[in-house]
Design a protein around this ligand. Sequence first.
Ligand code: GLN
Length: 188
Amino acid sequence: MGWTIGVLAVQGAFAEHTKILSQLSVNCLEIRKKEDLITDHIDGIILPGGESTVMGKLLVELDMLDLLKQMINDGLPVFGTCAGLILLAKRIVNDSHVYLGTMDIVAKRNAYGRQLGSFHTVADFKGAGEVPMTFIRAPYIEVTANKVEVLAEVDDHIVAARQDNMLVTAFHPELTNDTRLHEYFLAM
Ligand code: GLN
């Protein structure tokens, strides 16, 4: 397809995203430092799962937070999975931090509690049909603004949404063999 997609690779499950993108014959660029965002052209970026607090702290330390925020506000397509969703949220109910804060969603971290730390389900994803969903100490979305389109719900909680150039899932599409959500993102 000739596109290059950046995958934020400072912490977390970035390798799994790279693998899926390769399966889809998309060029992949692991973003580890600010220069990677400046010198190479990317058509979109994936913010993987991991630990949002650690990733957020590293984005500040590596001086990447403001630039990335600006690129997203300027329209760079972004796909945030799990911790990536938390990084994009305008507010986090149980964390006083705001990281990129570009998306009009309120997220709850570790929202399923200790008992339901990890689980797997299959649910409808608007525009893609039934998709497998793997949740690992996942957040969910508590509130969205009008301009946010809800794409999937599990047990009455919003687990996927889109706002313009921003796509988020509370689950990990990169941990299944299903490439449809990455294809959905590429179509953006
Ligand atoms: N619990 C993590 C956080 O709050 C997210 C977990 C994940 O990305 N799998 O950042």
